[in-house]
Each structure stands twice: as C-alpha cells, then as structure tokens.
Design a protein around this ligand. Structure first.
Ligand SMILES: Cc1ncc(COP(=O)(O)O)c(C=O)c1O
Length: 385
C-alpha cells in the first residue's frame, strides 16, 4: 500500500500521537535518513521550560482576540476567505489573486507538492524545516538535497543548486540555522521554468542589523513577500509563530495568480476555518505590523543576550549569524547534553533529525533574558560536570 494511503488508514485507526509516530517512521523509511517527521513539540513535556518550540507565548492582544472571538458567532456559515485575502494582499501590496490562504504554512507545502507533481528535479536546500521534503516525498517526488556546509556559516551558495532543478525550496530566515539569506542571492535562484519556494515563516522575526531608528523603520530585511517581478516565486508565510496561533492553523502563499490557482485547485474546500480567517485579517492591519516590528526589535536584543551568554561557554559555538527566534548551537555530544538538560527541566530541540546536521547540534529558542540566563547557568553546570 502506498505510504500516503497507509498513513490515512492509520489516521482513522489510531489517535493523533500514534499517527504522528507512524508518519515519522514512514518519512524516515522513505528518505532513508533522519526522521523528517520529528518536530520541536515532541520534545516538550509538562514541567519543562520550552526552548524547543519557536512559537511565541504571550498574552493575545485585544485587536487579535476580539475578531477571533467574534468569529465564533459565525460558525454556522461556511468560511468566506475573501475579506482576509484582500487584507493580506493589501499588506503585501499585491492583488488578491496573488494570495492563497492556507491552514498554516504546513498546508502550503502539501499544496505545492501535490499540484507540482510534474516537477522533474525537485531540490530542497538543507538544513531547513523538514516538512517541505516530507510533503514532496508523500506526493511521490524524488527529492534531491542540497546541504549548505556549517563551515560556510550555512550561507546560501546558489552554485550548489543544480541548474536544471525546476522546483527549489529554501527557508529565509532558515529554521534551524537562523541564517538570513540576502534577497539578491535568493532572486538569483529564479529562472524561467523553475518554481522557487521561499519559506518566510519567520520573516516577521527579522530586523535590519543596522536598524537604529524606530521599530516601524526596521522592515523585514530580505523578505520577498512584495516582489512581483521574480518569475516562479512562491513565498510561504505563517501567522502561527509570532502571534501564538499554532493551534489555529493559519498561513498563506504569495505568488503569481496563475500558479496560485493551480495550488488552490488541489486545496480541500473550506480549508481555512472562520476564526483563522479572522486572525489573518487582523494580523494584516497596520496595527499588527507595527506590533510585529516592536516584537522583532525586542527579540533581537534578547537574541544578542542569549548568543553572548552561550559563547562564554567553553566548547559551545553558535552557528552563523542568527537572525530569528532561535539559535543553532554546536557542542560535542549535544545529544547527551540534551538529555541532561531535560533532567534539569529544559527542553531544547535535537539537531540530528535535520538533514545536514548531526548529534552535535541543538536548537534553542530565544526567550526573555532571565530565562536565557537561567538556561545558560544550567547548561554551564552540565558541561562542567
Ligand atoms: C520554517 C518553518 N516553516 C513553516 C512551518 C509551519 O508553520 P505553520 O504552523 O504555519 O504550519 C514551521 C513550523 O515550525 C517552520 O519552522
């Protein structure tokens, strides 16, 4: 039985946790390597400080809560994506047909993999979030991996991408490396006959390094969300990270109207629920964008603090130049250190399930400075012992 059909049957037979385990095993078997179905949420358990999941946890602002709650009165009607689509389009300076709302960025990868089954040479640039490759494999694609070397700070080298790759996935900023690739390098990967997918799930966490002005001037450096001149470009966005909406499932794709129409054709009917649409519209307003910028500026300061503390520790190296809500850390024996951290109350993300990394890597979420200080203190004690 094909893997996808088998996973579907398992979903009917068992609970969600078992389905995920089984899906992970299928992905692993299909890929013949790291467990692509492993995600940070599997590392978290009650009582642990969560440094494994990159979702921001903070009180929901009124401008977001009010429309989500109000939408609960409309649940007897089927969802109407038009207002949210128009709001997201306005945010990114695009016409509405260049926006496709999805049940989280994760659904976007599935739509791309399913709609573009005709791709001859799909390539995924790693290390990166593993769901694009998992979705491609589940749709029957033979996936080629391009591995960016740690020695080069995981920076994107366009020469590594085969010239005839007709479907290319890159993350920016990239999970788990936190590296932000220059927009010009990414657009250099576009060419006629190629679909270039840039996963900007964490673009709203970035700020221009030289930004010293007010938060609203810090923009989203290197984002391609508003670029309508790049052939074959599809930008994937998520609203689940900064706004703590992982359980609501909301994201969107940006790209040429004809290409998005092909993706919409394979999307289940009413895929995005009414409360998620209310959230998408609210998160596209100038108030939301200004709030996002303030959060990103604060995050940059918290990240600088975490990086400074980590680099004081002997044998600990922070990869590349981190630009997002997490940092990637190299230390010998990180797999054993991760288990010791769990015993001391901290969940961090293992690195070995990302293609291109291994057991000497960990990903750590950026939190407030007090949490980072406490974490680094415990890590120092473990390393000393
Ligand atoms: C880089 C990246 N892209 C996309 C996603 C999926 O996000 P969503 O919750 O919007 O499906 C994640 C989730 O962890 C991610 O890390």
């Amino acid at each position: 039985m094909p893997a996808v059909a088998r996973a579907g049957r398992i979903a009917v037979m068992h609970g969600q946790a078992e389905v995920r385990r089984e899906r992970a095993a299928l992905s692993r078997a299909a890929a013949g390597g790291p467990n692509l179905g492993h995600h940070g949420d599997a590392e978290v358990a009650p009582g642990l400080v969560d440094l494994a999941v990159n979702v921001r946890r903070a009180a929901m602002p009124d401008w977001l809560r009010t429309p989500i709650v109000a939408s609960l009165h409309e649940l007897a009607s089927y969802p109407d994506p038009a207002p949210a689509r128009a709001a997201v389009a306005a945010r990114h300076g695009r016409p509405a047909d260049e926006v496709l709302l999805t049940a989280g960025a994760a659904e976007g990868f599935v739509l791309l993999a399913q709609a573009l089954r005709g791709a001859r040479r799909p390539v995924v640039v790693h290390p990166q979030f593993t769901e694009p490759e998992a979705a491609l494999r589940a749709a029957g694609h033979q996936v080629e991996r391009v591995l960016l070397p740690a020695a080069n700070g995981f920076r994107l080298d366009p020469a590594l991408v085969p010239a005839d790759a007709d479907l290319v996935f890159v993350g920016n900023p990239t999970n788990p490396t936190s590296v932000l690739h220059p927009a010009a390098v990414l657009t250099g990967l576009a060419r006629p006959g190629r679909v270039l997918v840039v996963d900007e799930a964490f673009a709203d966490t970035t700020v221009a390094p030289e930004s010293s002005g007010p938060p609203e001037s810090s923009g989203e450096p290197e984002s391609l969300a508003a670029r309508r001149d790049v052939p074959g470009l599809v930008v994937v966005r998520s609203l689940t990270k900064t706004w703590g909406l992982a359980g609501l499932r909301i994201g969107y794709l940006l790209g040429a109207g004809e290409l998005l129409a092909r993706l919409a054709a394979v999307q289940p009917l009413w895929a995005v629920a009414t409360p998620a649409l209310a959230a998408a519209a609210a998160c596209a307003t100038p108030t939301a964008v200004a709030a996002e910028r303030e959060i990103a500026v604060r995050l940059a300061a918290d990240r600088a603090h975490l990086v400074a503390r980590l680099t004081e520790l002997p044998g600990v190296r922070v990869a590349g130049v981190p630009a997002s809500a997490f940092v990637l850390v190299h230390l010998a024996g990180a797999d054993a250190v991760r288990l010791a951290l769990r015993e001391r109350g901290y969940a961090v993300r293992r690195g070995d399930t990302f293609p291109g990394l291994g057991t000497d890597w960990l990903r750590v979420a950026v939190r407030d400075t007090a949490t980072s200080d406490a974490f680094v203190g415990v890590l120092a004690e473990i390393l000393e012992a």
